[in-house]
Write a protein that binds this ligand. Structure first.
Ligand code: CA
Length: 407
């Protein structure tokens, strides 16, 4: 394994085996710029590119990752090798040391300019739990569920970076027993712990991306909290799906982990017990499941550890499905996995499942309980994946605190 001359432990989740990309500012320099996390520091890669006369200066000395994302897989691989060389070869020591910023001194920004945003629903455990909660008299999974990865188009303009305050949404709510809907702040504000995939290279309108094209198009992976107002959602979602119960904010983690850092994290997805149609049939392709261990923390207390490797539909299948009709991809397109829930209660990635629609509130160490989120609550979702030689690849975290409603 490559090692760095920097004082970074080999097993640091932001070690030289990871090198996730983000965009940051500092008080001294408020211009957004691209950084790569290394240990407790951020390397200003635009600064190093300039100082070393890199061929990739135009891609790295930028305010978003979009130019690099648009450049394509061969360039991503070359740039990663170049940054690895800066951090491992003593000849670049001066240029690197002049461009290191302590992570605690940086403010992280949304790392890419989002284009379209799609959210899926690909955990069999999550979909089964919600089916049991909402449709107790019918089959938990809808008839289409094992034939296609169900998804909907979300609101890309309200993707926000970790740390952004989440204003409690207001809207129409109507409980089944209510005679008429009422308007007011959501009383059932929830999270959805998810994994997000950032698209780099576009496709031509009319031409689907196939399963095997996943690595050509997807630049990297991050964490997502798909905040969900369950009362607004329950009243509005029939028949066209989620709308205002989701679109008020979706938080993403600031670090985009490159696919090239995840070589040890690929696993086989669960056995498909319904034969997929050919464009989704991954049984003879490379292992496309990802082994991320996620953790959900509410006000400093761990409430769940969702296992991403249990997801039924993979990110490659989701990409193939969302383009199979010829819909084109654009640089900055973003899609999320759907809530990640495992088979156990303490592996569920949303409070509606953890508390079974509020019936069994979560108990916190301070003696309080939560069915859904209260103003002031902070939720932090983090994850790691297997790396080389027993290391872990860190994804950092996506955090958000609930602010009072404004209407
Ligand atoms: Ca979701």
């Amino acid at each position: 394994m490559t090692s760095t001359w920097l004082p970074v432990p080999a097993d640091h989740p932001f070690g030289v085996h990871n090198l996730p990309y983000g965009v940051f500012t500092t008080t001294e320099d408020p211009i957004p710029r691209i950084g790569v996390a290394i240990g407790e520091h951020i390397l200003d890669v635009g600064g190093v590119a300039q100082a070393t006369g890199s061929d990739h200066t135009a891609l790295l000395d930028a305010a978003t990752l979009n130019p690099l994302m648009a450049a394509g897989r061969p360039v991503w691989t070359t740039v990663r090798a170049e940054i690895t060389a800066w951090l491992t070869d003593e000849q670049y020591r001066r240029e690197v040391e002049e461009n290191l910023v302590p992570r605690q001194d940086a403010t992280m920004r949304l790392p890419f300019e989002p284009a379209d945003y799609v959210d899926f629903y690909s955990s069999e455990y999550h979909a089964t739990n919600l089916g049991k909660i909402f449709r107790p008299d019918s089959e938990p999974l809808t008839p289409n569920w094992k034939h296609l990865p169900i998804g909907y188009h979300g609101r890309s303009g309200t993707l926000v970076v970790s740390g952004t305050g989440i204003v409690r949404p207001s809207g129409q709510r109507k409980a089944p027993a209510d005679a008429a809907p009422s308007f007011g702040p959501s009383l059932r504000l929830d999270i959805e712990a998810e994994v997000g995939f950032v698209v780099g290279t576009p496709t031509e309108l009319g031409t689907p991306a196939e399963l095997a094209d996943f690595r050509s198009h997807v630049f990297g992976v991050c964490l997502v909290n798909d905040w969900s107002a369950r009362d607004i959602q329950a009243w509005e979602y029939v028949p066209l799906g989620p709308f205002l119960g989701k679109s008020f904010a979706t938080s993403v983690s600031p670090w985009i982990v490159p696919l090239d850092a995840l070589g040890h994290a690929w696993v086989s997805p669960p056995v498909r017990d319904v034969e997929p149609l050919p464009y989704l049939d991954d049984r003879l392709t490379e292992r496309a499941g990802l082994d991320l261990d996620m953790e959900v923390v509410l006000n400093g207390h761990t409430v769940s550890r969702p296992p991403f490797k249990t997801m039924y539909w993979t990110a490659a299948q989701q990409l193939a499905h969302m383009t199979v009709n010829g819909a084109s991809l654009r640089t900055g397109d973003f899609y999320a996995s759907g809530t990640v829930s495992g088979p156990e209660v303490e592996q569920r990635g949303a409070f509606i499942e953890l508390t079974w629609n509020g019936q069994n509130p979560v108990k916190l160490p301070d003696g309080s309980t939560r069915a859904f989120l209260e103003d002031g609550d902070e939720v932090v979702i983090s994850a790691t994946a297997p790396g080389p030689n027993g290391t872990r690849v860190g994804f950092g975290e996506v955090a958000g605190r609930i602010l009072p409603a404004r209407t």
